[in-house]
Write a protein that binds this ligand. Sequence first.
Ligand code: 6R9
Length: 646
Amino acid sequence: MSQAIHRVPAEWATSAKIDAAGYAERYERSISDPDGFWAEEAKRLDWIEPFARVKETSFAEADFGIKWFADGKLNVSANCLDRHLAERGDTVAILWEPDTPGEARRITYRDLHAEVCRLANILKDNGVSRGDRVTLYMPMIPEAAMAMLACTRIGAIHSIVFGGFSADALAGRIQDCDSTLVITADEGLRSGKAIPLKGNLDEALKRCPSVQKVVVVRRTGGAVTMQEGRDLWYHEALETASADCAPEAMGAEDPLFILYTSGSTGQPKGVLHTTGGYLVWASMTHDYVFDYRPGDIYWCAADVGWVTGHTYVVYGPLANGATTVMFEGVPNWPDPSRFWELVDKFGVNIFYAAPTALRALMREGDDYVTRTDRSSLRLLGSVGEPINPEAWDWYHRVVGDGRCPIVDTWWQTETGGAMISPLPGATDLKPGSATKPLFGVQPQLVDTEGKVLDGATEGCLVITDSWPGQMRTVWGDHDRFFQTYFTTFPGKYFTGDGARRDADGDYWITGRIDDVINVSGHRMGTAEVESALVAHAKVAEAAVVGMPHPVKGQGIYAYVTLNANVPDSEELRKELSQWVRREIGPIATPDVIQFAPGLPKTRSGKIMRRILRKIAEGDIGSLGDTSTLADPAVVDNLIENRPMMP
Ligand code: 6R9
């Protein structure tokens, strides 16, 4: 634990939207008078029909339900586009930088509005109506944001599948929500390499009978096959589409989007967010956490395939009329100065990224940073995983020249937006701590029995009451929603994270306490990687755990038991690695595969993951009690045959 405290700089305390007293006062009101507080905050949006009801929520089994602003009506695209036209039509909404350093695209609010309306009409003309699901499998190009907004304009529900996922993973996500239309691109580009998005989609669609139409954006011009009657080119359809499309009046509780995320068991869950509460949360948190000012150049370096891209590349900033940077490429290509050169090129004021990227860049040395100017930067943000104090210090000292506060924002796909985070004008910073809850967020630490822990302590992180940005259900399985999040500690939302609270009441997230691992800020269920491995003909059994990794935060450590009479070999190790890549995607590639003749199991057949985690960590001195194992000798074998670390 780092002891350093960075006090709120004097100029921030006086100039920021919210200072320490303001935070305390508003936080108190958000808890004591939620209806009053949120009715006030919801005014940041344009409502087609005003709401009279505000908070109608219960986490208790008897009357479980989550509704916010339920009788209000609004449209997300109208809030992100139309209402800015009068004042900010010529302001750049999306500032896009391609993978290969080159010519940026500057799309004004007026142009974005026109293209979103055209695309919305294309969707309608191709059979999409209110409530239908549209899957987006896209690179980081402006058309991805346009596709999201076009769906919201007509009340269709988008489901974005990250472009790094395989055909298999894509097919599963299309099937789960029965999308009727998919928007993709011919190819994606990352560090100069093409990713065959349309090719992967063609493969996936062999198993997706619900899909009637495919809209293809031409990004690279690479060769693709277009299926007559099903596939159409985006640019061709755009030519004839009308730019006149009235926004659909959506109920605040109508579905906005589905985003699949990994849990501790089974298949990824379709996290569902709804219209009103989500947009209030996205707009409010973007505004306060980043102390956003009109005219700021704001850059969140996440991909739109993850929730951070949804809330902080697209919806939050556009709802607030901001200029949002969209970057197609990667931090270390052509070289590790890329981020900082872009900061200079665009004059970025607010920069938000994941610790894994920072750690990777930190390893390359300070020169790549210090040779750039970066004087435009005012505020830095971190998201996706715990930031270790070394990376925090480097970010603060080298990237921010010691000048910029860092907001370490803890949140989840399920929470819709930031939950525990400093406010730059209000909160003293501690490297590695996400500090204090945002308005309306009531965190609590409990022990494994559910007993509430007070004061400075460590425990399981739960949230005791609803906030507007909360997910509303798991698509197609409301019972799973309740079972997953509200039964471990009845009446409370369980985050799956552990946390410590210090004597100042600041929260330090310690990481997942379920079977979810966090690889480079991406959530991966160990069960998903295991089922991919056992799907291989030579594999009898597999157990996957996280291991510490200097850059990725956590790496994937897989123990694999082969079928009888199958010899292990380096080739097979490589083959299994490739296999998982193909089944799920490159982000799931195991860092270590250890062939294990047996796995440590209890007499009832339960794999003892605690022991496997310790071995993966190299912490073999403290394996704890192994006496309940069916065959304790298995453990000795695993320790002896531990492979060299990468
Ligand atoms: C936004 C996002 C959620 C999990 C979450 C936690 C970890 C996210 C963090 C953090 C420590 C932070 N996490 N932000 N841990 N400090 N600032 O990442 O959503 O992909 O659903 O992941 O990420 O473990 O439970 P998601």
